[in-house]
Design a protein. Structure first.
Length: 129
């Protein structure tokens, strides 16, 4: 029994979060549609999107590499005050080398709300156009 308990604890401790690669998004939007929803009524947008898988398409504004542990793709219009910030899953970060500024991308992630930008976490790259 002790060996089984230790094996289970080890497996749970080292478990990685489930990937979103094969998950169906609850919403498919452009970056501008998602931003407009939050800018017009943050409370209503949170009811719709918070904690749900959202697929968003837009132009890359910036790619931020935060060391080996995290990469964020920011999409949105250069002149806009707010953008969509997409924190990539670690395995998706390997595809970042293929992405450049102003390129059209589609990303899928879990919406965690609106700070200065709309935040999506655990993102995967769906398509690079």
């Amino acid at each position: 029994m002790v060996v089984l308990a230790v094996a289970w604890a080890y497996r749970e401790f080292n478990r990685k979060p489930a990937g979103l690669g094969n998950s169906q998004p609850a919403f498919v939007l452009s970056d501008q549609q998602l931003l407009q929803s939050y800018e017009e009524n943050e409370e209503a947008a949170n009811k719709n999107y918070l904690g749900k898988i959202v697929q968003v398409t837009g132009k890359v504004y910036e790619v931020v590499n935060q060391g080996d542990s995290a990469t964020t793709i920011v999409i949105g219009n250069e002149q806009a005050m707010h953008k969509v910030s997409c924190l990539l899953q670690q395995d998706a970060a390997t595809q970042v080398n293929k992405i450049s500024k102003n390129e059209l991308v589609t990303l899928k992630g879990i919406c965690t709300g609106f700070l200065m930008d709309v935040e999506l976490n655990q993102c995967v790259i769906v398509e690079i156009k």
